[in-house]
Design a protein around this ligand. Structure first.
Ligand code: GLV
Ligand code: MG
Length: 313
């Protein structure tokens, strides 16, 4: 587990094709919480091997500030995975926080990556456990195994839903992944979102929603992202700078929510410590230990997003 990046915010996770030098150069100027340089599906098979060196160069030379920096390697059912990991992790040096593994099918796939990373770290002088893992759930088999996957390695930092590949794996009759299906009465991904969220949280992971592919429709993105935000997801993928701006807003608590959460924590602390009471009225509602836990989440998220408590009136 990378101690640096584990608790950093991931409201917006920007995908950058690893074969495109122009995009690699521009990426640090986009204010995403997390950026991943992709060697998988946004890179053509004939460019896969050449992209590794471009990604290494970008990790080493670009001014990345303190955001989470990740490289997505190819899935274990291709011929590129081990070469991606060895070349990129040994070339990139300490600034690389994580490796993202796509189309994860089982806990064993995460363990295989963990073992390979341990050898690469040892050979290139990185501290053991330096590189974290992000696991993408985007196949039916992966979803069925999500609980085992999320518990498979202490290197895991996040679990991510991949709606486009998942729709293909389910053989859903859609041509755009990760957007609403108006004919469906309800949210066709509700079960999937909840299942992944529970498995991730049960193992202390951040939980991330994947891409919204109508990249010019920022209103559609805003409304769609509210779903996973409301369930409790930490962030969502972005495919361009406009999407980053929307997601940084959607996945941050408002100042009002942040201040209210602090007020609840104060009231609850006074009730339990000064008055020795476990439940107390806060305005027109009762608060107790569960309220403290909910408020703590808002405070942690708000602090991650850079909020500070308003001065008391
Ligand atoms: C992302 O990788 C997806 O398939 O949606
Ligand atoms: Mg995918």
């Amino acid at each position: 587990m990378s101690t640096r990046s584990r608790n950093l915010p991931r409201r917006s996770c920007l995908s950058v094709p690893g074969s495109n030098e122009r995009f690699l150069e521009k990426a640090p100027s986009v204010a995403a919480d997390m950026t991943f340089l992709d060697l998988e599906d946004s890179v053509a098979p004939l460019e896969k091997e050449a992209a590794r060196a471009k990604v290494v160069e970008a990790v080493r030379k670009q001014p990345w500030d303190d955001r989470v920096l990740c490289v997505r390697v190819n899935a274990w059912d291709t011929r590129w995975t081990y070469g991606d990991v060895i070349e990129v992790v040994s070339g990139a040096g300490e600034r690389l926080d994580e490796v993202m593994l796509p189309k994860v099918q089982s806990g064993a796939e995460v363990i295989a990556l963990d073992l390979l990373l341990t050898q690469v770290e040892e050979n290139c002088g990185l501290p053991r456990g330096h590189i974290g893992i992000e696991a993408q759930i985007e196949t039916t088999t992966g979803l069925i195994a999500v609980e085992e996957i999320c518990a498979a390695s202490p290197r895991l930092e996040t679990v991510i839903f991949g709606p486009a590949d998942f729709a293909a794996s389910m053989e859903m009759p859609v041509l755009t992944g990760g957007v609403e299906i108006p004919e469906y009465p309800g949210d066709h991904f509700h079960y999937v979102f909840s299942k992944i969220l529970m498995a991730g949280r049960a193992n202390g992971l951040q939980v991330i929603d994947g891409p919204y592919l109508k990249i010019r429709d920022t209103d559609g993105l805003r409304s769609f992202a509210q779903r996973t935000r409301t369930l409790g997801y930490d962030g969502k993928w972005a495919l361009n700078p406009d999407q980053v701006a929307v997601l940084n807003e959607v996945y941050s608590p408002t100042q009002e929510q942040f201040d209210r959460a602090w007020d609840i924590l104060d009231a609850y602390r006074r009730a339990t410590e000064d008055d020795r009471r476990g439940a107390v009225m806060f305005g027109d509602e009762m608060i107790d230990e569960a309220s403290r836990k909910m408020a703590t989440k808002f405070v942690t998220r708000g602090e991650r997003a850079g909020l500070t408590r308003s001065a008391e009136a």
